[in-house]
Write a new protein. Structure first.
Length: 705
């Protein structure tokens, strides 16, 4: 029964109720001896006999008692009165950020949002220095109080009830993840991995996005929509919802919400500093070049979090068994036998350039971290349920400059999209790698963290040039068989192998690797090699039904390696006017045909451009003039060109991770042939994914193209 004004608990006199929650209620009370008001929190009586809830309640007092910080609500005392657990806290006369958002019309002004985040960042870093992770950072746990005259709004972080200390013992297995808010939960928190302060930083990045836009990062109609978003989808961009925000805030949110903790800021206060820099007129925040190694953060020990609560629609049949010793071979997804009617004979695509061998240490053997490979497999398997039950349609709300005609409901292009073979969205840590084994090139699913093969798509012929659909549920590629080449498509699990086009685009007998419009998934960009005047290349936008939407003036005779900007408004590619040359200058072009090309590089030996997921930069490869190639990065306007890899190797075909925190590329730096290497997006020492000496890798697909 709720307490009424005038009731007493442990000598405290109730003034009024401040709020209620699943575990109990908070009251404004008068101190029994001092002339002040406190906040009294009571555990619900029916939970007082539950060890899990009582432990969490008592832990909150013990945890916060170790902290003394101006931005953390202090716990003053705790005890038991007539079998009722209670604790008293500093009373903050004001409101919480969730309520303040509604009062502000749905979102904060940018400077207010950044101020609130900066104050919370200071509180979190203080907790992290004491080896504590909050684990439930959200607007409702941020209290705001008007500042004194001439001072800024005061900000307080509260509710450390599910915080974890370094010596957390058995932990709170019943309450840890169930009580946290999935709208702001980090991927590692959802996946029940060990947490450190970078998990709180991810949540703070979600809070920043919410304060700036008024919307949670991954909205949806179910719990699983939020879970799927945090695990699979790239970080959202605030400017997509509020275009007049400084563009630099997109990069800040993207880095704070990176799927891999090592790609985030080294501290919460560094996040806040980057956000403040993004607000400074004329200044680009320092988010393009990410640190190779984060500052050491003390890892907070303790048992893993329990799995997310079972959604009634998921209907799990049995628990996932633990990984068994030894390495099982990856599943082989057999393609259907080709029909008797062969595809039309067309010239083969331009062969990938293979690097000359270099002297290097022997390759490492295959990785054996089966627990991580199993975790990726579980995520891939679970993604389908989350996707089908909870996803938002990523094709909605097109704001690009591309034609929307192909997306009309019931149109042939939309029907072709609906008919594509599709399965679970691939986890963000999975690459699609064309790999040569025994003289045949097949598509392999490879874990970017360990190099373990998760699956192999095997079919007659050589499968090369993979491109992932924007939702990561389908893969388009070129198949070379009996001297003929055809664009084909499979689901992400290898099923449904079929021609991409029921009717191929007119006058496009030799298409290059396509680019998939991230804002209009019914639309591809294609280079039709040799289809133009005098044997020049032809650049076209096509629907998935094979219809030609628009022919674009590429500005040069020969082009290749198309990539869409994340907003779907521009294409980038390399171009030159000399036949038979592998590379040229990087240029970009508006896809609506409204403007001329913009030349981004002038070195003459550049190729393989790919736009970063946040739209800030473009990665590419550049000939070094001495028989080698290096991976470079530049701003989207061509400025700030800088090498990311060292000279002396044949590095090419870069591709971004979906969250933009890493780059994968093909290189001969491993010794006897080409293999896949991974590095931080800002550069640093790359690491090789394990590969047998007899095998070889080609251009991988990871993030958008």
């Amino acid at each position: 029964m709720p307490l009424a004004p005038g009731d007493t608990v442990a000598g405290y006199t109730v003034v009024r109720e401040l709020g209620t929650g699943g575990m109990g209620a908070v009251y404004l009370v008068r101190h029994p001896r001092l002339p002040r008001l406190d906040a009294l929190k009571l555990l619900r009586r029916e939970l007082n006999d539950d060890p899990g809830y009582t432990q969490r309640f008592l832990q909150e007092a013990d945890v916060v008692a170790r902290l003394a910080h101006r931005n953390i609500v202090s716990v003053l005392d705790r005890g038991e009165d007539d079998g009722q657990l209670w604790l008293t806290m500093q009373y903050v006369e004001g409101t919480d950020a969730e309520t303040a958002l509604a009062a502000a019309g749905g979102r904060f002004a940018p400077d207010r949002a950044v101020h609130v985040v900066a104050e919370v960042a200071s509180a979190l870093d203080a907790a992290h220095r004491q080896h504590l992770v909050h684990r439930d950072v959200k607007p409702a746990n941020i209290l705001l109080r008007a500042g004194d005259e001439g001072e800024r709004e005061q900000v307080f972080l509260t509710d450390f009830g599910i915080a974890k200390p370094l010596d957390g013992g058995q932990g709170l297995t019943r309450t840890g993840m169930v009580l946290a808010t999935f709208d702001y939960a980090s991927p590692e928190q959802i996946e029940s991995r060990t947490l450190d302060g970078r998990s709180d930083q991810y949540s703070l990045g979600c809070v920043l996005f919410r304060l700036l836009t008024g919307r949670v990062p991954y909205p949806g109609q179910s719990l699983v929509a939020a879970v799927q978003g945090h695990l699979v989808m790239p970080p959202p961009r605030p400017t997509d919802l509020v275009p007049d925000l400084p563009a630099g805030l997109d990069g800040v949110v993207a880095r704070a919400m990176a799927k891999h903790p090592e790609a985030r800021f080294s501290s919460c206060r560094e996040l806040a500093a980057a956000a403040a820099a993004a607000l400074a007129p004329g200044r680009v925040p320092p988010v393009l070049v990410r640190p190779t190694e984060p500052e050491t953060v003390v890892e907070l020990a303790g048992p893993p979090l329990p799995p997310p609560p079972t959604h009634p629609e998921l209907r799990p049949t049995s628990p996932t068994p633990p990984p068994q010793p030894g390495r099982a071979p990856p599943p082989v997804y057999a393609a259907p036998t080709p029909p008797p009617t062969a595809p039309p004979s067309v010239p083969a695509p331009r062969s990938p350039v293979t690097a000359p061998p270099v002297t290097a240490p022997a390759r490492r053997g295959p990785g054996r971290w089966l627990w991580l490979a199993a975790a990726v497999a579980v995520l891939v398997a679970g993604g389908a349920t989350w996707w089908f039950l909870g996803r938002d349609d990523g094709s909605a709300g097109d704001s690009s400059g591309s034609s929307s005609a192909s997306r009309t409901a019931g149109s042939p292009a939309q029907a072709a999209l609906d008919a594509l073979p599709r399965a679970d969205p691939l986890a963000t840590g999975v690459l699609v790698v064309p790999r040569t084994v025994g003289g045949q090139v097949d598509l392999h699913l490879v874990d970017s963290a360990t190099g373990e093969e998760i699956g192999t798509h095997s079919a007659p012929g050589d499968d090369v040039g993979p491109v992932l659909s924007p939702d990561r549920r389908s893969v388009v590629f070129s198949r070379v068989l009996d001297g003929r080449t055809e664009l084909r498509v499979i689901a992400s699990d290898g099923s449904g192998d079929s021609p991409l086009f029921a009717s191929p685009p007119a006058n496009c007998a030799s298409p290059g690797r396509p680019a998939w419009n991230p804002k209009d998934p019914t639309q591809l960009a294609l280079v039709c090699h040799g289809a133009g005047t005098g044997g020049a290349d032809r650049l076209v936008l096509v629907g998935l039904d094979g219809s030609v939407i628009r022919e674009l003036d590429a500005g040069h005779a020969y082009v290749d390696d198309l990539t869409f900007s994340p907003d779907g408004t521009r294409l980038a590619y390399w171009a030159n006017d000399r036949s038979g040359v592998d590379g040229g200058n990087i240029v970009s072009l508006p896809v609506d045909g409204s403007g001329a090309t913009a030349q981004l590089t002038t070195a003459g030996g550049d190729a393989d451009p790919i736009w970063s997921p946040d739209g800030i930069s473009v990665a590419f490869r550049r000939d070094d003039g001495h028989g080698g190639r290096r991976i470079f990065v530049m701003a989207a306007d061509g400025s700030g060109q800088k090498p990311l890899t060292s000279a002396g190797y044949f590095d090419q075909d870069p591709t971004w991770s979906p969250d933009g925190s890493q780059l994968a590329f093909k290189s001969n730096r491993g010794g006897s042939g080409d293999s896949i290497w991974i590095m931080a997006a800002g550069g640093g020492q790359p690491r090789q994914l394990p590969l047998d000496d007899s095998a070889g890798d080609q251009a991988p697909a990871w993030g958008a193209r």
